[in-house]
Design a binder for this molecule. Structure first.
Ligand SMILES: [Zn+2]
Length: 238
């Protein structure tokens, strides 16, 4: 695996080994623009790696250091996700500038990079997540076009496709034990989900983030039977 060094000064000290992998899209018009920003001291953002659409891999920050890609975030009780993770920025214009499928060469490089990173650190599959999973109220990346299923088939991250589930849909305004079970499941998987028993805006937003990762065919914030079944199946794997 060839790595192009593109050092960024946007990092600080890591006090413990990373045990989480956070995937992003760059959300800018071009890869060059994203690299320039991630290396700009005034921007105060960075990631460990950037993967271009043609598959080139750039290293900005050494894994032993703490890069600045997660921001305010939460996963499985962790609130300093920068301290806990290795961050990979995947070049894509994103939802603001013309979101498009991730090319084959790029995905191959992301998979290779994940394998490489995980050969050095203990990163469980249930801690390989997207920026939108750890910051569902602020972030959409890497988004519903990112091939999480393919990544999982290559050995990285969780994926579950249980048999068709006829369960009723839960949606905004619903209340009761079904909602409580759903929220408990989201929280157990890792989301910052309140167990209120009320399907409020926050619950819908968290379900949307879940769907962006684990049910990309239907990203609408409505927990249909399939969404609920996938969540429960993932919990059995996690
Ligand atoms: Zn991001």
């Amino acid at each position: 695996m060839e790595i192009i060094e593109a050092p960024s000064s946007n990092f600080d000290t890591r006090l413990r080994p990373p045990d989480m992998l956070v995937l992003h899209y760059t959300g800018m018009r071009s890869g060059e623009e994203a690299l320039a920003r991630l290396c700009d001291p005034d921007a105060r953002v960075s990631s460990h790696y950037v993967v271009e659409e043609d598959g080139r891999i750039f290293r900005l920050v050494r894994e032993e250091r703490r890069a600045w890609h997660a921001g305010v975030s939460f996963w499985q009780g962790e609130t300093d996700c920068n301290a806990a993770s290795v961050g990979i920025e995947i070049v894509n214009p994103g939802h603001d500038f013309g979101y498009r499928p991730f090319p084959e060469a790029q995905i191959r490089s992301v998979i290779e990079l994940c394998t490489d990173i995980r050969s050095r650190w203990t990163i469980p599959d249930h801690r390989i997540i997207g920026h939108s999973d750890i910051a569902p109220f602020r972030k959409l990346d890497p988004g519903e076009l990112f091939p999480w299923k393919r990544l999982a088939k290559a050995g990285h991250g969780l994926w579950a496709e249980p048999p068709p589930a006829p369960g009723a849909a839960l949606a905004l305004g619903d209340e009761g034990p079904g909602v409580l079970v759903l929220q408990g499941g989201l929280a157990r998987l890792g989301y910052d989900a309140a167990r209120s028993g009320v399907y409020d805006d926050a619950c819908a937003t968290t379900i949307t983030a879940f769907q962006r990762h684990w049910r990309p065919e239907k990203v609408d914030g409505v927990a249909d039977g399939e969404t609920r079944a996938r969540l429960m199946a993932l919990l059995r794997l996690a």
